[in-house]
Design a protein around this ligand. Structure first.
Ligand SMILES: Nc1ncnc2c1ncn2[C@@H]1O[C@H](COP(=O)(O)OP(=O)(O)OP(=O)(O)O)[C@@H](O)[C@H]1O
Ligand SMILES: O=C(O)c1ccc[n+]([C@@H]2O[C@H](COP(=O)([O-])O)[C@@H](O)[C@H]2O)c1
Length: 210
């Protein structure tokens, strides 16, 4: 992947960090969004409300380093579709990882914290990613850098008990009843949010479109 392969039609706003104020509590919701769907919207709405966030940033990845990119829609197309779904005053869509030149979350969070040291960032992901989180680059560093919020997903509920991340960081788990405190806490800390489950998946949608 060429890190600066920005595409000629990319809206400049997507390449910037969204506006935020010192002290803001911001959820970083990374994803392929290929295409985005109601499950993503559920995750974003859940963390916005239950963590008491000021904003959720939908971080559209240039390409998940652990997934094949053979059926990955162009970044610009994913940004347009994601923006349509994330149509909410406190949800922003960004592709700034493309400008950073990395698809790796550990590097992204390091850069974000350096750029906005007075902002309280929280990493947000679905439970399927908790199950495979130990395969991510520098995954322990991620947990050590910002609080992590995990939203339940069909087929992945047991990851909260069985995943290497959950086991390694068991003593740092915050009960979900206290999730509103998560953004103000010092990492490592994480919580698992049970929600009504949404069966949607981008793979299913792509298969139906094919
Ligand atoms: N239905 C869902 N419920 C809860 N979390 C979800 C759901 N779908 C996706 N997520 C989470 O949203 C983030 C972005 O997911 P992604 O864009 O990979 O969608 P996906 O449906 O998992 O895609 P694919 O089927 O292509 O792997 C991930 O953290 C993922 O765990
Ligand atoms: O940093 C890594 O090694 C890493 C490995 C897998 C996934 N991620 C990130 O996790 C987020 C969710 O990815 P996805 O494909 O499940 O939507 C997205 O921001 C990816 O860049 C990051």
């Amino acid at each position: 992947m060429s890190p600066l392969n920005l595409g000629s039609g990319l809206d400049r706003d997507w390449l910037k960090l969204p506006h935020c104020e010192p002290g803001n509590r911001i959820g970083i919701f990374g994803g392929s969004f290929n295409p985005p769907h109601s499950g993503h919207r559920l995750v974003a709405a859940t963390v916005l409300k239950r963590l008491g966030l000021d904003q959720v940033w939908w971080l559209v990845t240039p390409g998940n380093p652990l997934k094949s990119h053979s059926d990955l829609a162009p970044l610009e197309m994913r940004l347009h579709m994601t923006s349509a779904l994330a149509d909410h005053p406190r949800m922003k869509v960004t592709a700034f990882e493309t400008v950073l030149g990395t698809p790796y979350t550990a590097k992204t969070l390091l850069a974000l914290r350096a750029m906005r040291p007075a902002v309280r960032f929280v990493w947000v992901m679905g439970a399927d990613n908790l199950a495979s989180f130990h395969k991510w680059q520098d995954w322990r560093q991620i947990v050590g850098s910002v609080p992590v919020a995990i939203v339940d997903r069909p087929g992945a509920s047991l990851s909260v008990l069985s995943s290497p991340m959950a086991k390694s960081f068991e003593k740092y788990r915050l009960p979900e009843e206290r999730a509103a405190r998560l953004p103000d806490m010092t990492a490592p800390t994480w919580t698992f949010l049970h929600t009504p489950l949404d069966q949607s998946s981008s793979t299913d949608l792509r298969q139906r479109q094919a």
